[in-house]
Write a protein that binds this ligand. Structure first.
Ligand code: CA
Length: 257
């Protein structure tokens, strides 16, 4: 099942000279030309124009729904360039797709922190490029394990996050710590990953590490606005760690995005 991405924490960007309508119009939920974003009505400016979005994290995007104007109106393009980013700063072309008037469903199936859209072709010399609406969809699911009242992290480790019976707190922990592939429980793993959290000022602290586990390199990596400690260890399976606790009893807790 596809879920529309909540973009309330996303940053909307647009650029090019003489942009006509607010960039937020492309994501305001209203699918009519009075609620669209548009580039300048000047072909030179149009070629530099872009509209984009930067999410608050990397998301596995399944589809983009891209709406143009009706076929009997100007300002539609026939090719759309799609760029992606992993840091919100540098953009890499993903692909150029054919687009038609009204609704377009564009398959993406790519993990990204954001999109930048530019006009490919289709406009005549004095048209503006208009985006009526653009929606982003995912079929992402993120998992934690619960044993007794505690929630556990399973992203290349088995770490107790603490007790949570509060729905909001559980939801927030899944956002921050959930892992998107439950099959990891059965995988043979040879390293551990431990998240760190920012505390006072620039002081970060990892979740508990058993330093007896470390059998090789240890390093700190910056990923998706997060900082994680990685280290080599003896081969293990997360399922064995689960079985060692609470007689192997627990629940799988997950959230659909
Ligand atoms: Ca709109």
């Amino acid at each position: 099942m596809l879920t529309q991405i909540d973009i309330s924490n996303a940053q909307i960007i647009s650029g090019g000279d003489d942009i006509r309508f607010p960039k937020e119009n492309a994501v305001n939920g209203m699918i009519n030309k009075e609620n669209s974003w548009a580039s300048s009505q000047n072909y030179t400016n149009l070629k530099s124009a872009f509209w984009g979005i930067i999410f608050d994290r990397e998301i596995d995007i399944t589809e983009i729904h891209y709406y143009q104007r009706d076929s009997d109106e100007p300002n539609n393009i026939s090719k759309l360039n799609i760029l992606i980013t992993n840091d919100g700063l540098t953009w890499t072309p993903l692909r150029t797709v054919d687009v038609v008037p009204n609704k377009n469903i564009i398959e993406i199936n790519t993990k990204t922190k954001g999109f930048k859209l530019t006009a490919g072709s289709g406009l005549s010399g004095n048209s503006q490029w208009s985006i009526v609406e653009v929606d982003f969809f995912t079929d992402e699911t993120k998992y934690l394990i619960r044993q007794k009242e505690n929630l556990y992290y399973i992203d290349h480790n088995y770490l107790n996050l603490g007790a949570s019976t509060d729905t909001n707190k559980t939801s927030q922990w899944i956002d921050n710590y959930g892992y998107d592939d439950i099959e990891i429980l059965m995988d043979n793993l040879n390293y551990k990953k431990t998240p760190t959290d920012k505390g006072f000022e620039e002081i970060y602290k990892s979740l508990n590490i058993d330093f007896k586990d470390i059998k090789g390199d240890i390093s700190l990596k910056n990923e998706d606005d997060k900082r994680n400690i990685y280290y080599d260890c003896e081969e293990y399976k997360i399922i064995d760690k689960i079985r060692e606790s609470n007689g192997g009893l627990g629940n799988i807790v997950y959230k659909k995005y």
